[in-house]
Design a protein around this ligand. Structure first.
Ligand code: TMP
Length: 257
């Protein structure tokens, strides 16, 4: 078992959030982080690519819409370079200190975007993932989905881009994003124990409750309505759900946007 994979088997708990652009990952990650802190957990929130000073620089390069000449192989290696730095500099130390690490995207995104989306050979992408991850694996992954139709890909993209210009990945087109979505679906089907699919096509409190249910066993919460109270999930409507950057990146020196 790798680092982060199981409560009781090693230190720390590593949970990732995945899904297409605009699926609500940041909102639900932040809401969960706040709840965990209220329960007394030390939580580190991260995003990929990014979460370290080097990673944020790499993020700027890989998402820059002016870099339209970027080869798919280069794109893959930039995501992996950012990941390797994050794992080494932040994730491994945090898990060793028994913290809860929540990450907005991780290696499943690379399979979905660079293998299914760009069409790079899946084995090459998996090898690159393994190299960058240095033995670290999430114990649970919440995969948020926006719906079943291609319309929802468009809706997700519109939500993701409503505050500014689309970045290089968001500009990649509907067909690309439909392939990414298929990728996420197949990855989830192949890993039913780790990956829990949660719909974000319903009101936010409902999605939040489903997210908590899917990780309740890790934290031994039992019934989440009893544990947190029904009104608790409604409070997600009150938080600033448009925040793009993750609220708290722990003690690492990541650059604020
Ligand atoms: P986001 O943080 O706003 O989701 O932006 C990150 C973008 O990068 C998003 O379009 C997904 C993409 N991405 C990949 O293509 N491969 C990866 O491995 C990761 C982590 C993200």
């Amino acid at each position: 078992m790798g680092i982060g994979e199981g409560k009781g088997e090693g230190p720390g708990i590593f949970i990732t959030f995945e899904g297409g652009d605009g699926a609500g990952k940041t909102t639900h990650l932040n809401f969960l982080a706040n709840a965990l802190r209220q329960q007394g957990c030390e939580v580190v929130c991260l995003r990929e690519p990014g979460g370290t000073s080097i990673g944020e620089d790499l993020r700027a390069v890989v998402l820059d819409e002016n870099n339209s000449a970027m080869a798919d192989e280069t794109e893959l290696l930039i995501y992996e370079a950012a990941r390797a730095q994050l794992v080494r500099e932040v994730i491994i130390p945090a898990l060793q200190q028994d913290k809860v690490v929540l990450c907005d995207r991780f290696y499943d995104s690379t399979i979905a975007y660079q293998a299914y989306g760009r069409g790079l050979p899946i084995q090459a992408v998996k090898m690159a993932n393994n190299f960058a991850c240095q033995g670290v694996h999430p114990c649970r992954t919440i995969m948020l989905t926006t719906g079943d139709e291609d319309d929802s890909v468009l809706e997700g993209l519109q939500r993701a881009t409503k505050h500014g210009e689309a970045d290089r990945l968001e500009q990649a087109g509907i067909a690309f994003h439909a392939n990414v979505r298929r990728g996420f679906r197949e990855i989830a089907e192949a890993n039913p124990e780790r990956i829990r699919v949660v719909s974000s096509a319903v009101p936010k409190p409902q999605t939040a409750r489903a997210v908590f249910r899917e990780i309740a066993d890790i934290f031994e919460w039992g019934d989440v309505d009893e544990r947190f109270g029904r009104e608790f999930f409604d409070s997600i409507e009150l938080v600033n759900t448009d925040a793009k950057a993750v609220v708290d990146q722990g003690s690492n020196p990541a650059r604020a946007e």
